[in-house]
Write a protein that binds this ligand. Sequence first.
Ligand code: SAM
Length: 222
Amino acid sequence: MPIRLDQRLAAVASLVRADSAADIGCDHGKLAYFLVSTDRVKRAIATDISEESLKKARALATENGVEKVMITRLGDGLDPVESEEVDAVIIAGLGGDVIAGILDRAFEHKKRFESYVLSPNTHPEKVRRELKKIGQRVTFDRAVECAGKLYTVIRSEAGEDDLDEIQIAFGKFYKSDRDFEKRARQELKFVRDLLEAGASSTKLEERAQMLEKALYNIENEE
Ligand SMILES: C[S@@+](CC[C@H](N)C(=O)[O-])C[C@H]1O[C@@H](n2cnc3c(N)ncnc32)[C@H](O)[C@@H]1O
């Protein structure tokens, strides 16, 4: 059965360049199924911490006769996957703090993978900081629109990265991203309006400063 992914998962799938991949927190299993059924990967391991979620992925695989190449496993984060089993790791639709925690724990357990495709629902900065820590170089980092919402999609591969604090906050390629510039101007106006209206918050002030720095860097880019 052919499957159509929404724009968020389609963007994630388009960034998977590997023979084998693990989809952590697969839930319905659509992404892993799409990857194996379109021959984008030869083998996928779809995992989830919830048996209820994994049941859906398992059913999708068996109903479509791909259970030999779409393996389902129950477990927390990268616990059910060994380094030598897959080239790429995908984690989409979880919070950035959870994704960063999963990557960190796997790294502490000496697990190493060639590339990662990550789409945090929140806190993308935590994911970027973690990637830098575990020796991954970001090769793609953009916000993708899906059903009126923006989702960060990041791809990385083994290598050194020297991301500064603005890149950690807004993405490695923010300077050349016209959509980011537009969004940053709108957000800065919103934050300044709040501060002028008397909102007192260190976080808001810090956010305004970061946005100002990012916009300054864009305007003064050589
Ligand atoms: C919102 S769904 C995202 C599903 C799919 N990845 C997507 O992007 O459409 C999140 C899934 O992650 C699973 N999950 C949450 N924490 C997890 C963890 N630490 N390890 C593995 N799976 C986890 C949940 O059970 C749930 O099925």
